[in-house]
Design a protein around this ligand. Structure first.
Ligand SMILES: [Zn+2]
Ligand SMILES: [Zn+2]
Length: 361
């Protein structure tokens, strides 16, 4: 089968012919596995980090891709029968893939905190991923995808969108809360939609330096958009919130682009008693004055990491139920696997508006 493989840091992906994964009846480890024929696989900022070397990949060559949806073509014995607490899936089932395999044994896993699993394996990072015609996946990493949710949507629900949803759950915001979202990439745009449709926050303020994504943020329900090239976003957020700052600020910016290096500027846009939730990757340390910011003003400063398995199931139900989460519009390119390198190059160079490119198989 065809697979897009990372062969080295700084090198383009190679489209290689590799053996197709199969269920080995003689290997009992395969009892809990399923083979998925990949229909769509998203490309992600994380893939770019891996290719650049800013996120480590333990073994090469490796098939990239962790935003996967497709159709089940074969299953192991336990999956067939639904025994040993293995969820039942069968040939022909449409599925989306939870992209991290947790061990179920370590202390975080035993406490249900699967996103902190100490032995986590991520598709396309530790094990072969979904930029290939087929991928082998433990059945408990699969979620059923209803017929009215497209494969491309299913693929990106499993990463950018569910990452945003996990952050939203940590935030516990609701009606009456004022929200600011810094960064309008896949995660930020998802947060704008969810803060509106699932939490009924008002106003929702979106911050970025890119006009095109700010326009999308407006379409997705941001009440105000702030361009960092035109205004001081912290001052503007304060002005829009009675001089106080937002109750909840999501930092999904990859902030170096938006704020001066070394400063956690986003914390300045949080009101007293409010919270800052960081989802973005900072390339370098930032300073915070703990007594002034956190002590005197009781600001909470926390982060959000990955997602929990039930959160993907929930989101799929929400999208299938036609709540107004517009996942489709996050997809900026639908491409063949042969076009992955040009799109990655455009993304890195900033030549083109790229939010979520999806490879269609
Ligand atoms: Zn991703
Ligand atoms: Zn674990």
């Amino acid at each position: 089968m065809k697979a897009a493989r990372m062969v080295g840091v700084g090198k383009p992906l190679e489209i290689q012919e590799v053996p197709r994964p199969v269920i080995d009846e003689d290997d009992e480890r395969d009892d809990i596995q399923a083979i998925v024929q990949v229909k769509a696989c998203g490309i992600c900022g994380t893939d770019l980090h891996q290719l650049r070397g800013t996120a480590k990949v333990p073994r090469l060559p490796l098939t990239l891709g962790h935003e996967i949806s497709g159709v089940v073509t074969d299953v192991g014995r336990a999956v067939k029968s639904g025994r040993m607490m293995v969820p039942a899936f069968k040939q022909g089932d449409r599925v989306a893939v939870n992209n991290v395999i947790s061990c179920g044994e370590c202390r975080p896993c035993r406490r249900g905190k699967y996103n902190f699993c100490r032995n986590a394996l991520m598709f396309g990072r530790h094990i072969d991923g979904g930029l290939a015609e087929y991928v082998k996946v433990p059945a408990r990493n699969l979620s059923h995808l209803p017929d009215n949710v497209g494969f491309s949507e299913g693929a990106i629900l499993g990463c950018a969108v569910v990452t945003a949803y996990h952050a939203l759950r940590i935030a516990r915001i609701g009606p009456g809360d004022m929200v600011a979202v810094w960064g309008t990439g896949g995660v930020g745009l998802s947060l704008v939609q969810m803060a509106r449709e699932l939490s009924a926050a008002y106003p929702i303020i979106a911050v970025d330096k890119r006009k095109e994504t700010l326009r999308l943020a407006s379409d997705f329900g941001a009440d105000v958009t702030l361009n960092t090239g035109e205004v001081d976003p912290v001052a503007a957020i304060r002005e829009l919130t009675d001089g106080e700052g937002a109750d909840c600020v999501f930092d999904a910016a990859g902030v170096k682009d938006l704020t001066p290096e070394g400063e956690l500027v986003t914390l300045g846009s949080v009101c007293s008693g409010g919270q800052l939730i960081v989802i973005a990757t900072y390339g370098a340390p930032v300073t915070v004055e703990p007594h002034d910011e956190l002590g005197i003003f009781e600001k909470k400063f926390t982060g959000s990491c990955g997602n929990l398995p039930d959160e993907l199931d929930y989101l799929i139900r929400v999208v299938a139920g036609r709540r107004r989460l517009n996942i489709e519009r996050l997809i900026t390119q639908r491409i063949q696997v042969e076009q992955v390198n040009p799109i990655i190059a455009d993304w890195q160079a900033g030549n083109k508006l790229v939010i979520k490119p999806v490879v269609i198989f």
